[in-house]
Design a protein around this ligand. Structure first.
Ligand SMILES: [Zn+2]
Length: 242
């Protein structure tokens, strides 16, 4: 019995070192993981309290997926750098691509939601907003087997109705610290690298908003992650208690 336990521990240690060796010292990696409580807190210096990050620490987030064309490119770029991100998924896309969504989380990333169809919530009535949230939460539970831990407002446009509902449901409201304005279809990798570099110089740390549903971002991500690595930034990964 005792030797079996020791054997298991050795195997576990070997498995751990094998992963570390695969990643290598020159990958971005994950510096540490913050596991947030389910208490309906609001984070992101753009609108709320900043996450407890040290200077040089960033959280990677991707919105508007999952989409079969580009999300796998983003996953590959993250895996190549042994790093992790949080994906804020559109309910309708989550419903259309459950296997891809599960792959996102299965590869060590975390997932929140980003409304059912990316409507301007303030343009909807209170009942419609709540129905949108409920529909999205139901799809999340069906897909992942747990309740929705985090929500990012479409366009970051918050409404009192949804803020109250999210608080009531202990869902984290995940705003951002800064983005790289990566929604224009013609942006080149050079432009996105320049925007990220400038934003990092200004903010020094924080939650970064990017879009896994956008081709320029998916294409540029290896270069963007290289910027982080070369400038000595450390990735902090977000998870939530179940
Ligand atoms: Zn969005």
């Amino acid at each position: 019995m005792k030797s079996k336990v020791v054997h298991a521990l050795i195997l576990a240690a070997l498995a751990g070192s094998a992963v570390a060796a695969e990643c290598g010292p020159n990958t971005l990696g994950v510096e540490r993981t913050i596991t947030l409580k389910r208490e309906g807190a609001l984070y992101g210096a753009h609108q709320h309290t900043a996450l407890p990050l040290k200077k040089g620490e960033v959280v990677l987030t991707f919105d508007d997926g999952p989409v079969p064309e580009y999300t796998p490119m983003v996953l590959k770029a993250l895996a190549d750098q042994c790093t992790k991100a949080t994906f804020f998924m559109i309910g309708e896309r989550l419903m259309q691509h459950p296997q891809l969504a599960k792959r996102v989380v299965g590869e060590g990333n975390s997932a929140g939601v980003h409304s059912y169809r990316h409507d301007h919530m303030a343009a909807l009535g209170a009942d419609e907003q709540l129905a949108d949230l409920k529909k999205t939460q139901d799809i999340y539970r069906t897909t992942f087997g747990v309740s929705t831990p985090a929500y990012r407002f479409p366009f970051l446009e918050e409404t009192p109705t949804l803020l109250a509902a999210l608080k009531q449901a202990n869902v984290t409201v995940a705003s951002i610290d800064f983005g790289i304005n990566d929604w224009l279809p013609d942006d080149t990798t050079e432009i996105l690298v320049k925007r990220l570099t400038e934003s990092l110089e200004k903010a020094g740390k924080g939650i970064i908003l990017m879009h896994d549903a956008n081709i320029p971002t998916a294409k540029a991500l290896p270069a963007l992650l290289k910027v982080l690595k070369d400038k000595g930034y450390k990735v902090v990964h977000l998870e939530w208690e179940n």
